[in-house]
Design a protein around this ligand. Sequence first.
Ligand code: ATP
Ligand code: MG
Length: 405
Amino acid sequence: MPHDYVEDELSRRSVFKSEQFLSIDYVPESLPHRQSEIRTLVQSFKTLISSPGRTSHKFIIEGPVGTGKTAVAKRFSEQMIQAAKRRNIRLHSIHINCRVNKTEYLVFLRALREFVPKFPRRGHSPDELLQMLVEVLDEEDRYLLLILDELDYFIRQRGADILYDLTRLMDDRLNATQRLSIIGIGRKIPLDDEILDSSTQSTLQRNVLRFSRYNRDALYDILGDRIDMAFEKKTVMDETIQVICDIASEHGDARYAIELLWRAGKRADSDQADIVIPDYARRAKADTHPELRKEIFAALPTQHKLLLLAAARQLREIRSAYVTMGEVEEMYRSICEEYYEEPRAHTQIWEWVQDLHSHGIIDAKKSGTGQRGQTTLIGFSDVPAEMLEQFLSGLLDTSKEAKRK
Ligand SMILES: Nc1ncnc2c1ncn2[C@@H]1O[C@H](COP(=O)(O)OP(=O)(O)OP(=O)(O)O)[C@@H](O)[C@H]1O
Ligand SMILES: [Mg+2]
């Protein structure tokens, strides 16, 4: 009888019970070590339910990578909506990622489409969209909690007009029903005079909630919950959890801890082992890096990926912290050939470098007038070049395959 690979795979044992509880998008019911933050938000926003329309709220959540900002905002807003529903208050929340919705126009369009799903994409200014949003809220007696996530990316690119416009809109309606409240989220949101006028600044500065990095014990509790949900009983050794907490507590990053846990489990499965031993976690560390934000790289256009791959490969080859723009361009041309892509001109590449730099994806700085002459130097401070090279080639190989088919 021929070998049945499908049955084979299906009957294979796994340490996982429900792997989806370790996925990036999953937000658990309970968020250990963030109870007091959630409570602070509830206290600040409760008038949205106890006396809707009376006031509008503005809040900022700040904190390092993977400290639960997005998760807390999602859990909090969901509970607010449920509580409002029980009281027949038409409160909505919209969670907008400002790294993806890159302009004020797109953010307001996204918000408006929540209520007018077929609203046309073109033909209006951002101001008009915002006005229409408020009109819809007024007409339909609705309230909106607008959550602007990864707002720091947006402000670095576009300035803080969006905060100014939203705040002004609320202030203009001083005696009317207040329909809109906002929460802005970011690692570090610049709220200084260069960016914001003083009244917007002072309103926002009073309402900043700072999330700190998780310590070892906090990560241990967070992982404990996930293990119960995602793994078969008694498959993860306590020492393994300890190792992961040790590694991840350097960054205080829960996302990294969860990724290490998932990878360690995957290694156990590929070894056909019943138990996730500490060594799998140690080896998982070599496969990933907390600053390698995969979703950001994956969302970039192909040409940007090619350019980044060129920089990563060049950096690995010459084993230096920085490479020159000229070296990167040369490598870029050869990589374009490798991937059957037309290389773009110098000015275009230079613009991409500036763009990627302002997004915090690469470091770019002017060199001193040393032996290489004045040029732009490119580096990645956060992620090892080799790891980035491997990850980007993986992404590009997949699309190359697709293109050839
Ligand atoms: N207290 C917690 N309990 C359980 N899981 C948590 C907790 N905090 C964070 N997580 C999980 O860790 C991961 C990262 O959290 P989250 O996305 O909220 O971080 P973030 O602060 O928004 O990071 P970034 O700045 O990168 O956007 C998510 O999968 C989230 O569910
Ligand atoms: Mg987040």
